[in-house]
Design a protein around this ligand. Structure first.
Ligand SMILES: Nc1ncnc2c1ncn2[C@@H]1O[C@H](COP(=O)(O)OP(=O)(O)OP(=O)(O)O)[C@@H](O)[C@H]1O
Length: 257
């Protein structure tokens, strides 16, 4: 069996004109490993990091590599392979979906594109809906008829349908109510583990990250300030951004102590 794919950030800097957001990030995601959670205050740069890892935003210094190849330099067929293998589900993923399209055609199109990118083991649409806790009959519905939480879960199912090697999720279940979120987190975790997908999940939801991610990295001041279990990370109160988060979430933090 080939070694699991890795996606690596090395001394990564990225930002926007006049604003350096990431200032030296080292991180590795590998297929077959448990999901890594990413915590950080609003504006800390979580989305910027996820977009840069996924090749959607260019680093200013340092690099992102996919199995040793620099992502910013991938072209043509290699770039298509990368885009099929490393899937980014943004907070706004489905705002670009055609509202008249059915859920089935959305999932089938994703799987077809993935096959063009060399992913031959796409998963059936019904199976992927089940993985995000949605019933099969939703396949016949058009995107415009879905609730916010259903839309968000279809975005996740669309990424899973391509059976990626690496999944990069930005606030994946914010539009889903807390009870459903807990159930979906469990099925999602099982699917990610079964398919061996290396996953990075950025969220403000401490509870969700605790459920999904045995390891958490904390982004603050442009760097990864701490990494470990949730408890280990939240104990690093010498870092002001971690102290602020722990103080702002006393119930969530306490529940898991
Ligand atoms: N396209 C852009 N142009 C200029 N600045 C941007 C752009 N996108 C993000 N920023 C800025 O970069 C910083 C980091 O933003 P980012 O969205 O990565 O943070 P975040 O941790 O994901 O925040 P949140 O948790 O609120 O989603 C913020 O100060 C933001 O205003």
């Amino acid at each position: 069996m080939p070694a699991p794919t890795s996606l690596t950030a090395s001394a990564l800097h990225a930002g926007y004109p006049g604003e350096e957001v990431l200032r030296g990030i080292d991180l590795e995601l590998r297929g077959g490993e448990p999901p890594l959670g990413l915590l950080g205050a609003s504006g800390a740069g979580k989305t910027t990091l996820l977009a840069t890892l996924s090749g959607e935003h260019r680093p200013t210094h340092g690099r992102v590599t996919w199995d040793g190849r620099e992502v910013a330099k991938l072209r043509g067929k290699e770039r298509r392979r990368f885009r099929a293998a490393v899937r980014f589900v943004s907070q706004y993923a489905m705002t670009i979906a055609d509202p008249r399209e059915t859920v089935r055609s959305r999932l089938e199109l994703a799987a077809k594109e993935a096959r063009k990118g060399g992913r031959t083991h796409a998963v059936s649409p019904a199976e992927m809906l089940a993985a995000v806790g949605l019933p099969e009959h939703l396949l016949a519905r058009t995107m415009r008829t879905l609730s916010g939480g259903e839309t968000q879960r279809v975005a996740l199912a669309t990424a899973l349908a391509t059976r990626p090697e690496i999944l990069v999720l930005d606030e994946p279940l914010t539009a889903v109510d807390p009870t459903t979120r807990t159930q979906v987190a469990a099925t999602l975790a099982a699917t990610i583990e079964r398919l061996g997908i290396g996953t990075l999940i950025a969220s403000h939801d401490v509870d969700l990250l605790r459920r999904l991610c045995p390891r958490i990295a904390f982004l603050g001041d442009g760097r990864l300030l701490a990494d470990g279990t949730l408890d280990e990370v939240l104990a690093r109160t010498e870092h002001a951004p971690i102290r602020d988060l722990a103080e702002a979430n006393p119930v969530a933090v306490q529940r898991f102590r």
